[in-house]
Structure formats: structure tokens, C-alpha cells
Design a protein around this ligand. Structure first.
Ligand SMILES: [Zn+2]
Length: 71
């Protein structure tokens, strides 16, 4: 199991289809072909920040004016 953003291997499972990367501190929810990316705020709540299109794995569009490119 590799992190879809940083390719790190420190992904921990936190739900039935949710994983947390302790390198980028983001949570990923796997939904069909897409991966929903969440950030954990100071209250411990999940904040939606974007979605990885599974058919274009190299491009990740995140909301909140942030954009990441997967390696
Ligand atoms: Zn990561």
C-alpha cells in the first residue's frame, strides 16, 4: 500500500476504505476509481481538500487553491 501522493509506505488503515499517510498527514478515502483526499484539522475533523481522478493518476486537483502533482 503506497500513498497516492508521496508514495510513502507508512499508510495506516483507519476505516473500511480509508487510509492515513503519516508522511503527508492526509487521509485518503478510496471510492470506485477515485481517491478522495482529506486533511485533518485541529479539531480532528476531516476537511475535504480534493479528489484524485483514478483515470488520470498523475493529476490531482485539490480545492482550497492547492494543487499537488503526484510523483
Ligand atoms: Zn503520503
Amino acid at each position: 500500500m503506497f500513498c497516492p501522493l508521496c508514495s510513502g509506505t507508512t499508510m495506516g488503515r483507519v476505516g473500511s476504505n480509508q487510509y492515513f499517510c503519516s508522511e503527508c498527514f492526509l487521509e485518503f478515502c478510496f471510492k470506485k476509481d477515485n481517491i478522495i483526499v482529506y486533511e485533518i484539522d485541529n479539531d480532528g475533523d476531516l476537511q475535504f481538500i480534493g479528489e484524485i481522478d483514478g483515470s488520470h493518476k498523475d493529476l490531482i486537483v485539490l480545492e482550497k487553491s492547492r494543487m499537488f502533482l503526484a510523483l
